[in-house]
Design a binder for this molecule. Structure first.
Ligand SMILES: [Zn+2]
Ligand SMILES: [Zn+2]
Length: 380
């Protein structure tokens, strides 16, 4: 947990992290990079960086930089990743030949029980170890801010869901945040929509779901996909998301998706106003609305509705959990409280979602309007 908090703090404390001072915004998290930089000196040399051969989540420009980072911070995460990877590998072996019935041949779970792992006690240790690996990769990804590390976290998380649709180790609520860090908003929306809509008490739906898992291969995206679905109305498409049972992380992920849409609209309008304000721009005033239409598909976006959805999501989230939104503005009390048992839901959402949220222009001010700059909240 300590590690997780450290990587989280690094991820939200960037020198250039004030999104409201960024020159432009395209609905994407500006922190995500395709090409890594040196973890110590942050340079991006033309000659290739060396990747840490043990964990493959950190890059360096020189031996000196690697050594400096290893001793000061990388060591513990690096060792944990390597150890957990090995553990997962070891636990895979017996599952390839497991006896579940004395009258049956031993079974390869990865062939015969895809989707059903959670039902077998023999698979629990494996699922738990792999779930821990997801957390480790998420922490490493917060530090490296590199696509390939987020993709490692995602591939293990999706594989856990594919192997165990019942989600006994709690991966489902983390996946939307990993997708948002990868700027895959449509996939995040589709994923949430799928899991809030499905009624597992309906036998035919359950049969469809099982079939999706049975016929899939490792690495497959097994959920329905709709281009531009992020613009859809949350409260129509994911009606059940406002139920008490729906996971709070889903609501917060949806809020981030909607805030990104609104921010894209607002910053685009702002820069167009600036452009049309110049002498050259004034000469082409007559095409202003045509250009705006080209850049912003207003029919698809329906900006009024997006703004309303943001407001409604804020209300629903705060009603469900009065800690989480104030904690986005003032995380310290939540981060420093000692939890007796399992870490609490608000803390998990904060660690996974706040980084994305605060990077959206206008998102923090939106909360500040409601709660003030450094709101107090009762941790009980
Ligand atoms: Zn360096
Ligand atoms: Zn390493």
């Amino acid at each position: 947990m300590k590690l997780f908090v450290a990587s989280f703090l690094r991820s939200i404390r960037h020198d250039d992290s004030d999104p409201d001072k960024q020159p432009s915004y395209e609905g994407k998290d500006p922190r995500l990079q395709d090409v890594p930089c040196c973890a110590t000196c942050h340079s991006r040399p033309v000659a290739k960086l060396m990747c840490c051969s043990r964990c493959k989540t950190a890059w360096y420009c020189s031996k000196e930089c690697q050594l400096a980072d290893y001793e000061s911070s990388h060591k513990s995460l690096c060792v944990s990743i390597a150890r957990t990877l090995k553990r997962v590998e070891q636990l895979t072996v017996p599952l390839r030949s497991t006896i579940i019935d004395v009258f049956l041949e031993p079974q390869n779970f990865f062939v015969s029980q895809v989707g059903l792992f959670g039902q077998f006690y023999q698979a629990h240790e494996y699922l738990t170890a792999r779930r821990y690996l997801v957390d480790l990769y998420v922490q490493a990804a917060h530090i490296a801010e590199t696509k390939s590390v987020w993709e490692r976290a995602l591939s293990h998380a999706l594989e856990l869901m594919r192997l165990d649709y019942r989600d006994v180790v709690g991966t489902r609520s983390v996946i939307p945040f990993i997708l948002l860090n990868l700027n895959r908003d449509d996939d995040a929306f589709d994923f949430i929509r799928y899991w809030t809509k499905i009624d597992l008490d309906d036998r035919s739906k359950l049969f469809d779901l099982m079939n999706r898992h049975f016929v899939s291969q490792e690495g497959d995206w097994i959920y329905p996909r709709n281009q531009n679905c992020r613009f859809m109305d949350v409260f129509e498409e994911c009606a059940n998301v406002t139920d008490q049972k729906a996971p709070l992380p889903f609501l917060v992920a949806l809020l981030i998706i909607k805030c990104r849409i609104v921010a894209t609209y607002d910053t685009t309008c702002e820069s167009m106003d600036l452009a049309f304000g110049t002498p050259n721009g004034q000469r082409i005033q007559e095409v202003q609305s045509a250009v705006k239409e080209l850049i912003l598909d207003e029919a698809l976006m329906n900006i009024q509705s997006q703004r309303q959805q943001v407001q409604r999501l804020l209300i629903v989230i705060h009603r469900r959990n009065a800690i989480i939104l104030p904690a986005f503005l003032n995380p310290t009390p939540l981060l420093t409280k000692k939890w007796q048992n399992e870490p609490n839901e608000a803390l998990l959402v904060l660690l996974h979602g706040a980084g994305c949220f605060v990077c959206v222009p206008g998102a923090k001010p939106l909360l500040e309007e409601r709660f003030g700059k450094e709101p107090f909240y009762d941790l009980g």
